[in-house]
Design a protein around this ligand. Structure first.
Ligand code: OGA
Ligand code: MN
Length: 202
């Protein structure tokens, strides 16, 4: 792994260990951001996205009062250069987390998410009731020129009772322990785009 990437991962991991979450700006460079947001918009207008639900398998339900985003799962064997580059960086992060924190991460799953104007995702935990493989939640934002007045913050509820608000600025990566921190997505005044996923153990 390139040295500068190791150093920024170090800071991210220190923050995850100390505060339960970490934020890394510029995880995607501007051209990666542009390509991935273009793919997202293209596939969304092609009708490839589904309204997201809650629960897994037979417990799956669509509930607009809980979450209103549209999602499309990525193919981990994608040959698209931007998606491949994204997965390479995620694999670097997995290797680094395993080496430094012994998390035993094995694979990942990611979906594109588009929140139409005014939609949200109420306070929740990411881990499914019958599936504990999701260890780390990772969100990478694909919004160019996001302004504070656009809203759409991620609110993370910390274990000390406080909460933080994170603006979905393009290129920014947020990472936290999937089974520990409740969080929610506030409504935005423009479409809100992201790549959201989980790093999983066996
Ligand atoms: C999720 C989620 C947060 C965000 O998809 O489970 O909590 O900031 N997303 O998009
Ligand atoms: Mn979540």
């Amino acid at each position: 792994m390139a040295m500068p990437l190791m150093e920024i991962f170090d800071t991210l991991i220190d923050n995850i260990t100390e505060q339960g979450y970490g934020i890394l700006d510029g995880f995607l460079n501007p051209s990666e951001l542009k390509s991935l947001s273009q793919i997202l918009r293209q596939r969304h207008s092609d009708g490839a996205f589904k309204t997201a639900g809650i629960g897994q398998g037979s417990e799956h339900q669509v509930k607009a009062g809980i979450r209103g985003d549209h999602i499309l799962w990525l193919d981990e064997y994608s040959t698209d250069p931007a998606e491949k580059a994204f997965f390479e960086k995620i694999n670097d992060l997995i290797q680094y987390l395993n080496r430094t924190c012994f998390l035993g991460l094995r694979d990942f799953e990611f979906h594109y998410a588009l929140y139409p104007i005014g939609t949200f995702y109420k306070r929740h935990l990411d881990r499914f009731r019958h599936d504990s493989r999701r260890k780390m939640s990772v969100i990478c934002y694909l919004n160019e020129n996001w302004e504070p007045t656009d809203g759409g913050e991620l609110v993370v509820y910390l274990s000390n009772g406080e909460s933080i608000k994170v603006s979905p600025t393009g290129g920014r990566l947020v990472c936290f322990e999937a089974d520990k921190l409740e969080h929610e997505v506030l409504p935005a005044t423009r479409e809100r785009l992201s790549l959201t996923g989980w790093l999983r153990t066996y």
